[in-house]
Design a protein around this ligand. Structure first.
Ligand code: MTE
Length: 327
């Protein structure tokens, strides 16, 4: 990813350790308020640190068609929620955890548009109501060559698209993140190169693939804001930047949609962005990855697998496609 500076940091956003701890408590409370009534009751008292509420879901080990579950060591919750890319809050890996508490995720609505039978703006409650939540333990491979293993909670995107009716002309699905500069300090930056809002897209068959999910939680709990609350995409065979966070718009289209990193640096980030150890990024190799958590003494460098290890499930989607050209 490009390195960008975040300017316009308000003095009030420079956080002392004590206010940081308070903020963490607040984040838990905000998460509880956002999703608690919706998914399960939050139990708390004024004196205790309020954890994001637990979710009711089917564990991956109980329902795991091939690819839904990896038994690789899971990246600890601390790293999953403390080492993030969410440029709307800044470019440092710790910025999202520090600043995402400002994001208001309740109320939340998602607009479903374009080549769809039942277009409209739906509340998060309406979006989630008919879907059973399930766990998916997936590898997440960032284009920057670090990776994690994350137990997400969500439901197949295909189920949502079928529910709203995929129109006969639909060939792609476009996604958009919230644009709210008051709450997202990265969107106020004068030096950022992303043309906000963050947008992403998939081919319709990729969107309908059973591995592609909309996630609302992680580690059995409501999605923390820094990970893309209240609802985000997860496409495990693609570089992490395709997995767009905090979605407010889903649009089915006939034409290939624009995507944020491709618009920013088209020679570095393609539309497909399938994990591919054989195609280097212009500035670094993609042959290996740093599996988090790691350290100087334990680099934890492992080989990157084609399609991030999901070739058996997804390679057939790309039969005949030149993956070097369509990176
Ligand atoms: N979505 C939005 N809206 N903004 C972002 O900056 N970063 C992407 C992706 N989704 C990003 C985003 C990148 S580069 C990665 S690697 C993953 O989110 C990281 O997800 P995580 O922070 O939950 O690990």
């Amino acid at each position: 990813m490009l390195i960008k500076q975040v300017a316009d940091i308000l003095p009030s956003e420079i956080t002392s350790e004590s206010s940081y701890l308070n903020r963490r408590q607040f984040m838990g409370a905000a998460g509880a308020m956002a999703m608690g009534s919706l998914l399960s009751p939050a139990i708390s008292s004024a004196s205790e640190v309020i954890e994001p509420p637990p979710l009711d879901y089917l564990a991956a080990t109980k329902a795991s068609p091939s690819g839904f579950y990896t038994s690789e060591v899971q990246t600890p919750y601390r790293d999953v929620t403390g080492y993030n890319n969410f440029y709307e809050f800044g470019t440092d890996k710790t910025d999202p955890e520090k600043y995402a508490s400002k994001l208001v995720t309740d109320p939340w609505s998602v607009s479903i548009e374009g080549e769809v039978d039942k277009p409209g703006t739906y509340t998060l409650e309406d979006i989630l109501k008919p879907h059973d939540l399930e766990e998916r333990i997936y590898r997440l491979r960032c284009v920057e060559a670090w990776s994690m293993v994350v137990p997400w909670i969500g439901f197949p995107l295909a189920d949502l698209l079928k529910r709203f009716g995929v129109g006969s002309k639909a060939k792609y699905v476009a996604f958009e993140t919230l644009y709210r500069p008051d709450e997202m300090r990265g969107q106020r930056s004068r030096f950022g190169t992303i043309d906000w809002p963050y947008v992403e897209g998939l081919r319709l068959d990729e969107a309908m693939h059973p591995l592609t999910i909309l996630a609302v939680g992680v580690y059995g709990k409501t999605m923390p804001k820094q990970n893309g609350a209240p609802i985000r995409l997860i496409v495990p065979w693609k570089y992490g930047f395709k997995s767009i966070k905090s979605i407010v718009k889903i649009r089915l289209t006939e034409r290939k949609p624009a995507t944020s990193w491709n618009k920013t640096a088209p020679s570095e980030y393609g539309f497909y962005s399938n994990v591919n150890p054989a195609v280097s990024h212009p500035r670094w190799s993609q042959a290996t990855e740093r599996r988090l958590p790691n350290s100087l003494f334990k680099p934890n460098r492992i080989e990157t697998l084609p399609f991030n290890g999901y070739a058996e499930q997804v390679a057939s989607l790309y039969t005949g496609l030149n993956l070097k050209r369509h990176f």
